[in-house]
Design a protein around this ligand. Structure first.
Ligand code: PGA
Length: 249
């Protein structure tokens, strides 16, 4: 592609292939620079990616010993031992199974007593680490990226946010009931995400088709936060055929 502001769109043959393509991009980043700073995401979408990263580590193909990671978000009120906290998810899916240095894995602290101070420190820690080389993203059914819900400003930074009813409903599948889903979260902002040198947004399944189409082909508008990624110099969408099905490509 000659226009560098156009995203790269990879349509994989299926969900597993999408995970492989995404893992390959992360792999390439770490191979090129073993001290890479990775921005990581939670949710159902990246589970296959983390499985592959663990397999590649076990096969001696990937070394995380110098890697630093920053996660996008965390529920307010859930500590690292809570099985629905994103810190817990990351330990289970990736960190406990690879040689990343625990102190080099950053996830916002859902139990921070002073959230304002904590979010400012989180931004500072990203800067101190040299910025994020590759940011992995999923996309919510409403277009959210991390917990930047519709209406989030393009220049938003790491902050405390309210979750929308849509997101609470979508995430209630992981809790006993919707009433148990936290109402607030700490999330990196869209401005924070846009500073990553490379962004890889992965989506799979029919339920994401419309929001993916509008993120890529619609106007850049805060009503679909993922559309605000348009124009990033190094943006890749990794899709399966279902999530790509509404694209006019
Ligand atoms: P999912 O969530 O991967 O569980 O679909 C994506 C998101 O909400 O960002």
């Amino acid at each position: 592609m000659t226009n560098t502001t156009q995203p790269t769109i990879v349509v994989a043959t299926d969900k597993d292939h999408a995970a492989r393509c995404t893992a390959d991009l992360i792999h390439e980043t770490v191979r090129e620079n073993p001290s890479s700073v990775l921005g990581l995401a939670t949710g159902g979408t990246p589970v296959g990616v983390y499985r592959l990263m663990v397999e590649r580590f076990q096969a001696g193909e990937l070394d995380f010993s110098k890697v630093t990671t920053f996660n996008l978000d965390e529920y307010v009120g859930l500590g690292p031992e809570h099985d629905q906290s994103y810190r817990y998810f990351m330990q289970q899916q990736l960190f406990d199974h690879v040689n990343v240095v625990q102190e080099s894995t950053y996830v916002p602290n859902g139990l921070a007593s002073n959230i304002e101070k904590h979010v400012a420190e989180y931004e500072e820690q990203i800067l101190q680490a040299g910025g994020i080389d590759l940011q992995l993203l999923g996309i919510g059914n409403n277009g959210h990226i991390a917990f930047n819900e519709p209406g989030s400003p393009i220049d938003s930074r790491t902050r405390l946010v309210d979750l929308t009813e849509d997101t609470i409903e979508a995430n209630s599948r992981f809790f006993e009931s919707a009433a148990e889903v936290p109402r607030h979260a700490i999330t990196m902002g869209i401005g924070t995400i846009l500073e990553a040198r490379r962004i890889v947004l992965m989506a799979t399944g029919k339920s994401k088709a419309k929001v993916v189409q509008s993120a890529i082909e619609g106007p850049a508008d805060p009503s679909n936060p993922a559309s605000l990624l348009q124009g990033h110099a190094r943006l890749t969408f990794v899709l399966d055929p279902e999530s790509a099905s509404e694209l006019s490509l």
